[in-house]
Design a protein around this ligand. Structure first.
Ligand code: ASP
Ligand code: MG
Length: 405
């Protein structure tokens, strides 16, 4: 049925917060239609309505049933998609909306954290062929074995959009948000943060995984795997934005400084230092879907050791439950949670060929009396866990040292 020019446009929560915002969104869609594109639209839930639904659930249940949580949260995107579609129809642009399951977005079965496995997309393709604007609810899918509705985790509409762009062979995926693109640091904290014009998938993946909130990490993985250019831009400014792609003109040594204060540090004390222990600990954590990040095992004394790791704050309760069990099973001395930590990272593709970047980061933090409690690195990233009270200062001094200078 192709060749045709096809684009996927995703609109985040603030871009669809109310009916006046939806009118601007419709303009962005119609602009592309007028340029000769077929358009598939992926909206998020309106404003902070996902948070509000979560609050409602928590008022009624300490541990809401995961299946019902997905039934509830998937409703958020349905509200946006139907309103947007009626508006487009009233403007004379033929449009219809589909839930994730109607669009054939097939996922794994884990409620609240499902992963897209396949997109059949029959009804989406039929709509495109008719020239309709097809609106697909973000953040949700369907599992064939359980026959249940699933959601993809917070920010999951990004993953829906990029995966759809890949499956449909779209030219690119535009991610519309309330900021002008990807910045060298969080512009709400760092005044001198600069908009990044171009960035590689690898760098963007590291930025998303280490705290940059603009793009969900999994969406970047899809982009990289299927080579879909992703453009992050503002709905309201309709600017050029940031393009995320395979190769860029100039690889900076450090492209950005990110931070994440939504993680906590766990320490399991007095664990026997024997083969298989780490496997038991992290095996149990992975069974409950924990996104364990940094791991440090201390030097052991008399065959007893401590293991520390970080995980997202939202998983704290579940992780603690698991640690209680493991602690008993392994005859460990107990565990401890430190909520007052944050992670600061520098990211840059040019680091691969430049030595001394990590030591410069440690020295800058040290010169500013900021203590480092954990370190992890990848070929293009260095991350340090520090006290959350130091995070703003750390951001400032590192941004000054690596970006502004
Ligand atoms: N509405 C969901 C959330 O707030 C998904 C998304 O916005 O991408 O996390
Ligand atoms: Mg949202």
């Amino acid at each position: 049925m192709f060749p045709m020019k096809l684009i996927v446009q995703k609109f985040g929560g603030t871009s669809v917060a109310d009916t006046s915002a939806l009118k601007i969104v419709a303009e962005r869609i119609i602009d592309r239609k007028k340029q000769g594109y077929e358009v598939v639209v992926v909206p998020s839930a309106m404003g902070s309505s996902t948070d509000e639904l979560i609050d409602l659930a928590n008022e009624l249940s300490a541990k809401p049933t995961p299946r019902e949580m997905d039934m509830l949260l998937s409703a958020g995107e349905r509200i946006t998609m139907s309103l947007l579609s009626m508006h487009l129809n009233s403007l004379g642009h033929s449009s219809f909306s589909l839930t994730g399951s109607q669009a054939g977005i097939i996922t794994t079965s884990r409620h609240g954290k499902a992963e897209i496995e396949e997109i059949s997309g029959e009804r989406v393709r039929e709509g495109i062929e008719r020239g309709d604007i097809v609106i697909v609810a973000g953040f949700q899918g369907f599992n064939r074995d359980t026959r249940e509705i699933t959601t993809l985790g917070r920010g999951g509409s990004d993953a829906t959009a990029v995966a759809l762009a890949a499956a449909l062979g779209a030219e690119k995926c535009e991610i519309f948000t309330d900021v002008e693109g990807v910045f060298t640091a969080d512009p709400r904290i760092i005044d001198s943060a600069k908009l990044i014009d171009e960035i590689t998938y690898d760098e963007m993946l590291e930025m998303s995984s280490s705290g940059a909130g603009v793009l969900m990490a999994r969406s970047v993985e899809f982009g990289r795997r299927y080579n879909v250019p992703i453009i992050v831009k503002s709905t309201f400014a309709n600017n050029k934005g940031t393009i995320v792609k395979e190769k860029i003109m100039e690889e900076a040594i450090v492209s950005g400084v990110t931070h994440n204060d939504k993680e906590v540090k766990f320490t399991l004390f007095g664990v026997p230092d024997q083969p298989g222990i780490a496997g038991t600990v992290f095996g149990s954590l992975s069974e409950i879907g924990t996104n364990v990040d940094m791991i440090v095992q201390n030097v052991s004394k008399e065959s007893i050791t401590d293991i520390s790791f970080t995980a997202p704050s939202e998983q704290q309760k579940d992780v603690e439950d698991t640690l209680k069990n493991i602690s008993k099973k392994l005859d460990a001395k107990g565990y401890d949670v430190d909520e007052n930590i944050a992670r600061i990272s520098i990211i840059g593709a040019g680091m691969k060929s430049e030595s001394g970047v990590a030591s410069k980061m440690f020295k800058t933090l040290g010169d500013n009396k900021i203590n480092i409690s954990m370190i992890s690195t990848s070929p293009i990233r260095v991350s340090c866990v520090i006290s959350s009270s130091d995070i703003e200062r750390a951001l400032n001094v590192l941004h000054e040292e690596f970006i502004t200078k």
